[in-house]
Write a protein that binds this ligand. Sequence first.
Ligand code: SIN
Length: 303
Amino acid sequence: MPDMSVTLSGLTLTNPIIPASGTFGFGYEFADLYDINVLGSLSMKGTTKAPRFGNPTPRIAEIPDGLINSVGLQNPGVEKVISEELPKLRQVYSKPVLANISGFSVDEFVECAKRFDEAQGVGILEINISCPNVHGGGMSFGTDPKAAAAVTEAVKKAVKKPVYVKLTPNVTDITVIAKAVEAAGADGVCLINTLLGMRIDLKRRRPVIANKMGGMSGPCLLPLALRMVYQVYETVNIPIIGMGGVASAEDVVEMMLAGASAVEVGAANLVDPFACKRIIEALPETMKKYNIEKLKDIIGGAH
Ligand code: SIN
């Protein structure tokens, strides 16, 4: 068996595959389908301080080779996630997970992060400053380097666990934001979140999605995500979790060559709930094909 292990801020993952937040529930829902302990880690459904019902429906629009979502951070709130969802996950999954945290103010990010910092089974705090589907929070922090740095700095001061900041592609230059969060103390960055898009219903002559716009994801995003991971790798000295359109073991290798230390798989889970398992099983053969003995050796290899 080739060595597929990777390390994120001292945390060793048996392989780099992490289902992306919002595409894998709280993880335990998938445990009826297969033993989810094969996963390197997993990123739980995005969580806010208070419960959120999410955006009005329709929230989903199809696009060629992907989808647009405007879920609006629907979640039961941090207290319920910690008291109910996380224990259910820990019954079926033994590895540390990523807690994906969203907020509408710096204080909310900090409070949520502090709760997950104390929670058993959470290894990394994934600070989501990139949700395109809410007003006054989410992406508004991730498109301004000062606001991105302010959230990062405040969270870092309040917690002990590694802080990874999830970045939006909806900016002119993602490296400016990556540099700002690194300078503010981020232990790593995750990129990319979804790309803002829309569809119009021809019969109704109105946007398909009730919230008009939403975040595009799916295989069509891979080249864009690779470009941004490549650029950010040349800019910062902290680990990158790469994501965006990854659907195969070859895509994972490409992401790692661009500079990712681990790889999140998102929309592919919505098409095939076995996507992550399939990719993990295909990795040894793919490594053999491209003469890779240790997966970690190829990180940034395309530079
Ligand atoms: C959502 O809940 O609207 C999606 C979350 C995200 O894009 O960060």
